[in-house]
Design a protein around this ligand. Sequence first.
Ligand SMILES: Nc1ncnc2c1ncn2[C@@H]1O[C@H](COP(=O)(O)OP(=O)(O)OP(=O)(O)O)[C@@H](O)[C@H]1O
Ligand SMILES: [Mg+2]
Length: 463
Amino acid sequence: MRKYIVTPSEGPSPFRSSSFRIVALFASCFVISGVTMMILSGYHSLNLLSHQIKQTVANERDEALSGAGIKDVSHLEPVMSQLVRNEPAFYYLLQNAQEHVVVANMFHLRPIPGWRTLSWTHRSLPPDHRPVIGYGLSLQDGGYLFVGIDAEPAQTLRRDLWFMWGWSTIGFIFIGVAGGFILSWLVLGKIEAISQTARDIMSGDMSRRLPLNATDDEFDHLAVSLNAMLERNEALVTSIRQVTDDIAHDMRRPLAHLGQHLEDLSEVSLPPAGTEALSQARDSLDEALEIFSSLLKLAQIEADDRAPDSQTLDVQDLLVTISDLYRPILEDRNQGLDLSMPSLTMHLDGNRVLLTQMLANLLENATNHCPAGSRITLSASALPTTVTVVVSDNGPGIPAHERERVFDKMVRLDRSRSVPGTGLGLSMVRAIVRLHGGQIRLLDNEPGLRCEIDFPRISDVTS
Ligand SMILES: Nc1ncnc2c1ncn2[C@@H]1O[C@H](COP(=O)(O)OP(=O)(O)OP(=O)(O)O)[C@@H](O)[C@H]1O
Ligand SMILES: [Mg+2]
């Protein structure tokens, strides 16, 4: 079976996070659309105002020309004189062919025809340099007529628009980033809930289900589908477990009978080949019985939610007891056992029998899978909320890509085939660790295997 182990990448760049991308995308779309709308509506208002100003100037010019009848200086002169007197809001200039001013409320201009924008005129002296927009017309007799109006409103509007665009861009960025954060919080929060549930299920709690928000959105639909899948998986796993447990349970009786029959047979005198075959049959039977009893024990541990008969245990005491038990066995195999512990007291809540079994499995692994002459170390350390127990050796170790797989039931590395064993030892270790709310890691001891187990620490124990 192929395994996919997801490990979070080390030191993830904040720019690669989904949160950053959602914020960046939302803020960019919001700012671009908002600013574009502002610019378009601003330009539209500006154009409308310019058009109105030009229309006013064109009306005034046409009125002057129709009042004169003929487009020359002599006919326009009386009309323009009257306009200069009566219409102070407009700028008028009538020049003859020699570019001499005939009638005007402004100074001389070069006779350029068409629409003109003057940055200021002599009529509006500093500090009041007001701009003028107007229309220049070449007359039939070589003269020149200019009619203009104050362009300050258009300039003010342009200035105000720049000011408004600047501030609204800042506002759009602020709202866009805040909106992006809220959006990412809403979306990623739901995704994180799914991840958390997946992590809980992976750490053994098959009963966990995804929460529903009653919003009937896509996330709810996804949660319903995933929950249905989890329901089915749990049912399948339970039924497989049940079948395994039943087989292990039901096979024990016929196997025990078989053992009894073999025992009876040993009392009958057999030829040497028969005695040899009988001894091999007994060994195989013992192995089968051991597998069944380990499977049953494991099934029982996995079925529990919490460690049964939990009590406060002194970690030092636990380690000293097990090392006293195993030191002679290891010495017989020419292996050494070191015990290293800090002087502070460390307590944890747990089942003494199960935790002793866990340490025994790890020590047996170290002694069985390491050659003679190896050194095995049992140690413990503590942080304010955690007690860490370490069993390490300087043997062949377990390759990194096998360190997750060896926890599976009946998995043994090829090189261990010659060593007796069932491949259930580490499965049981992990089940016991989980039952105590702990975490287990297999690491490289350079050389050898280092097994670290964290348990929740109990502080302030009064004895
Ligand atoms: N300390 C170790 N050094 C090297 N390899 C190890 C060590 N501990 C475990 N292994 C490898 O991991 C495999 C699985 O270990 P596990 O304890 O589950 O089974 P086992 O030791 O083979 O059998 P048993 O069920 O009797 O414990 C072993 O077969 C061995 O290949
Ligand atoms: Mg083992």
